[in-house]
Unconditional design. Structure first.
Length: 45
């Protein structure tokens, strides 16, 4: 995932129902793979 791409970030944030800070935290922990981000975000809920 490219955090510089605002459209991609916005779409993923809405899909996962995360705030900007939550998404940044998930990306720091799991890396930039979208599948890893989705798995990590699911563990937050």
């Amino acid at each position: 995932m490219n955090l510089a791409n605002r459209a991609q970030v916005k779409i993923l944030r809405r899909r996962l129902k995360l705030s900007d800070e939550q998404l940044r935290s998930v990306v720091r922990e799991s890396g930039s793979s979208i599948s890893a981000i989705i798995k990590e975000a699911a563990s937050l809920k």
